[in-house]
Design a protein. Structure first.
Lengths: 163, 254
């Protein structure tokens, strides 16, 4: 075995700055889960298909499993742990998922919430078909998507009203 | 990255080009478009300068993966990965693009038709990187169409087709380019069909015949998709694509 190739990375996750050593081969998703203990980001397929590991990197949704932790050096990462305003409240998107039965087992939900966080920032008044296209990169095997689509549209409406 | 995740590819060294900002960006000059290798698919989709003269990029890129992969995926990465079903190598072939391969101290240009060395293997030397792709854009008002068949939106296409078409003053086909993706190790320009279409007046029969001719080519077969299925898709998709491109060239919406 060759010596592991260790790098120092400094990044912010949900506004908090971290400085850690990490092996070059580690994915951002593994880094978040195993180095930082932020296990809200899930890993499903680990090759970019299922979308469970979706996080925001400098505001844009990316596959946490297809991004190396070292590539996030100097970047701002947002994960599902950063969405809720407090331990006892949900943000409007999370609340809409609660209200519309947008999840069942919940495994895919963190990735879907992060995808929709970016999507609703870019498009505050989406059509149903735009929501469905935005969700094409996130696989859910429980809900049949209808509740998720309803939740996304309800969240968009709620967020427009509060603006 | 997926190739490494699945251990198809094991690298001794990995160089991250994300910090090399000079490799990203779109330049338009004198009817020619130049796109830096590290230009993200997302940024191509958000480039009015390019999309206004090459609208087929918008139609094709919307079918490339998903938001999350387009946010990271680059045109240089897509060309170098050279998946047989990838849309961007198909668009490069459609535009007779030139690829710039650079190494320390020098660079060379190569025609896209000579770029693929083999299956998923470009002719890039070990000390080179793909740095830019450039191509002449088509005249304003040209017709275009990109469509593909995949099992789900954003999946790899089983077969796809891209068409560019310009009509003359008498609405005959003055210039046409057609490419099929997903049928061979590299995008295939249908030069024989293009030649037959020049000077013809667009019609259902003409485009049906073009589709049938596309069916005659040998195509890939794999564990999931027999050759006959790809041939059927090629025939149908080419007919529909030509029809749509001709309507757009004539100034009609679909």
């Amino acid at each position: 075995m060759t010596e592991p190739d260790i790098h120092e990375v400094t990044l912010t996750v949900n506004g908090k700055t971290y400085c850690e050593s990490v092996e070059a081969r580690w994915s951002l998703a593994d880094f978040l889960r195993h180095k930082l203990g932020l296990t809200g980001t899930h890993l499903g397929c680990e090759h970019g298909v299922c979308g469970a590991c979706t996080v925001l990197l400098d505001g844009h949704s990316v596959r946490g499993c297809l991004t190396l932790a070292v590539q996030a050096n100097g970047c701002a990462v947002e994960t599902v742990e950063g969405l809720a305003p407090s331990e006892t409240e949900l943000n409007p998107l999370q609340q809409a998922f609660w209200d519309n039965h947008g999840l069942q087992c919940g495994f895919c939900t963190p990735g879907i919430l992060m995808t929709l966080t970016e999507f609703l920032r870019d498009n505050s008044d989406p059509s149903e078909s735009e929501v469905r296209e935005a969700l094409s990169g996130n696989i859910c095997r429980c809900t049949g998507y209808q509740g998720i689509v309803d939740a996304a549209l309800a969240a968009a409406a709620a967020m427009r009203q509060s603006d | 990255m997926p190739m490494m995740n699945m251990r198809y590819v094991m690298v001794d060294h990995l160089v991250d080009l994300n910090q090399v900002t000079e490799l990203a960006g779109i330049r338009m000059s004198g009817g020619r478009a130049s796109i830096g290798a590290m230009t993200r698919q997302r940024d191509i989709l958000a480039s009015p300068d390019l999309l206004s003269v090459a609208p087929i990029f918008a139609e094709a890129l919307q079918q490339v993966g998903h938001i999350q992969t387009r946010n990271r995926g680059t045109i240089g990465g897509s060309l170098s990965h050279l998946d047989p079903a990838a849309e961007l190598p198909g668009l490069a072939a459609l535009h007779d693009a030139t690829v710039t391969l650079s190494k320390s101290g020098s660079s060379r240009e190569i025609a896209i038709k000579d770029f693929a060395f083999g299956y998923m293997t470009p002719c890039t030397e070990p000390d080179e990187i793909l740095s830019e792709i450039s191509f002449d854009t088509w005249p304003s008002g040209h017709g275009y169409d990109f469509r593909e068949f995949a099992q789900r939106h954003g999946d790899f296409a089983i077969t796809g087709v891209g068409t560019l078409m310009a009509l003359d003053a008498t609405t005959r086909i003055e210039r046409v380019a057609c490419v099929l993706i997903g049928i061979d190790y590299q995008p295939i320009r249908l030069t024989d069909i293009e030649r037959d279409l020049i000077g013809q007046t667009p019609s259902e029969d003409l485009f049906r015949a073009a589709g049938e001719k596309a069916r005659e080519r040998d195509m890939m077969e794999d564990a999931l998709v027999p050759e006959s299925y790809r041939k059927q898709l090629a025939a149908v998709l080419l007919r529909r694509s030509l029809t749509s491109a001709a309507a757009r060239a004539a100034g009609q919406s679909e």
